[in-house]
Design a protein around this ligand. Structure first.
Ligand SMILES: *Cc1c(COP(=O)(O)O)cnc(C)c1O
Length: 432
């Protein structure tokens, strides 16, 4: 489900015509639907209803303060991967006590900050990290709650850059070594073993890898939970979304047909996993990022030029890979639709940005309605791993972000002023 739809020939986000937003805020522009964020959170929350559970939104997917505030108000916790992200949680009005801290490279100062803020759990990725957390906690005279991330060595069948649950990856501790790690950690005075966690990858559209992985770790989870009085188990995040509606169905009501096509929904996720998780009697954490925000955002861009070469129709737009890197980085598909629908034939087009890299494209040879200079296009499903991965490459300022709720819309981030890009730079003294 998402709240981007046509009214007549105009693309709307909830009750607002997207072109009124580009008139006011310019392009490139990220537009988020509060209702979609809320709906996705609530669908998942309801599906997990029978369990004692906590959704920790993986904020690396979208850390805009307004988006996070929407989730904080719904009672969401957060999965953070740096002290900076934890500071963002606090800035957004979220509760550190509902936060887990993941990541393979936690520094001493990050551990100290998280301990002082009283986070729910460190999701630990290596044994030296446990030693370090224990040391910092001892210095602060605190007890650090931890969960170890078990690497179940399960292939998630997703893109190589987002698979995390096999021994080829840097994440977690090998399944076979977990018991020993818990036994050693239990002896450390400033460590409290609070849970056990895993995360096998991202953009999973089937339930089967979860079922396989959870089934594999269950006996271990039961044993450790009994031995160390663990509170929680987290099967991680990674719930996928539909980027290419053509893969889900040929109709515009594609979301409704997902279950029929075997694409995971909160209901099918719960149907398969609840029977495995419920008997544990533990609190269940999950850490979805993309599922909550992916389809809640679009990136709107304006056509600068249309350039025809012998072979190609290049639609050159004012957004580029610095605004949305997913196509270049993950070969990702984003549906591209006009803000104003036009009748007429489609032509195979490459939509490209203006950066001096041949990787700077949004699609290749995609049949799109003819567009001309000044027309505006929306790249759908850009709410996750979109703005957060943007850069200032080519001295391009960060795009603006807008949050829509019903008929209201407001800047959730002002467009960056170009001077801000070099604000922290200096001309060294001997060159002055
Ligand atoms: C990135 C990440 C997530 C969220 O992944 P999504 O695919 O966005 O749901 C959850 N847990 C951990 C440990 C992660 O690194």
């Amino acid at each position: 489900m998402h709240d981007f739809h046509y009214v007549g020939n105009k693309l709307f986000c909830e009750g607002v015509a997207v072109e009124t937003l580009t008139k006011k805020f310019g392009t490139p522009l990220y537009v988020y639907s509060q209702n979609t964020v809320t709906d996705h959170f609530q669908k998942l929350d309801a599906a997990l209803g029978p369990l004692d559970h906590l959704i920790c939104f993986a904020m690396k997917a979208n850390s805009n303060l307004s988006v996070m505030r929407v989730l904080a108000k719904l009672g969401s916790g957060f999965d953070v991967v740096s002290a900076g992200e934890l500071q963002r949680v606090i800035a957004a009005g979220g509760d550190p006590k509902l936060c887990v801290f993941a990541g393979v490279a936690k520094s001493e100062s990050e551990i100290e900050f998280a301990l002082r803020k009283g986070i729910y759990s460190f999701n630990v990725e290596s044994e030296p990290e446990i030693t370090r957390i224990n040391k910092v906690a001892a210095r602060l005279k605190k007890i650090a709650p931890i969960a170890v991330r078990v690497n179940p060595n399960i292939e998630a069948h997703t893109h190589a850059k987002i698979t995390t649950g096999t021994y080829e990856n840097k994440f977690g501790i090998a399944f076979e070594n977990i018991e020993g790690v818990y036994a050693r950690a239990a002896k450390l005075k400033n460590i409290k073993l609070r849970g056990i966690q895993m995360h096998i990858g991202s953009q999973l559209t089937q339930t089967s890898p979860y079922e396989l992985a959870v089934t594999k770790v269950l006996p271990l989870v039961k044993k450790l939970a009994a031995k160390y009085k663990l509170e929680f188990f987290s099967p991680g995040g990674g719930l996928g979304i539909v980027y290419n509606p053509a893969l889900a169905s040929g109709s515009s009501a594609w979301w409704k047909t997902e279950a029929a096509k075997g694409i995971m929904t909160p209901a099918t996720y719960a149907e398969k996993l609840l029977p495995l998780l419920q008997p544990l009697g533990l609190k269940i954490l999950i850490e979805p990022g993309r599922f909550i925000v992916g389809n809640a955002g679009v990136l709107v861009t304006q056509v600068e030029y249309v350039k025809r070469t012998g072979k190609k129709n290049f639609v050159i737009v004012d957004a580029a890979m610095n605004d949305l890197i997913r196509p270049a980085f993950y070969d990702a598909y984003h549906e591209i639709v006009p803000l104003t629908k036009k009748a007429g034939a489609t032509i195979p087009s490459d939509v490209v940005g203006g950066i001096c890299e041949s990787g700077d494209y949004f699609c290749k040879d995609r049949p799109l309605a003819k567009v001309g200079e000044g027309d505006q296009l929306a790249l759908l499903s850009a709410g996750a791993y979109g703005f957060v991965m943007s850069s200032n490459y080519n001295a391009r300022p960060f795009a603006a972000e807008v949050l829509v709720s019903g008929k209201q819309a407001a800047a959730a981030r002002e467009r960056q002023k170009v001077e801000k890009i070099w604000e922290d730079e200096k001309i060294v003294s001997w060159l002055k």
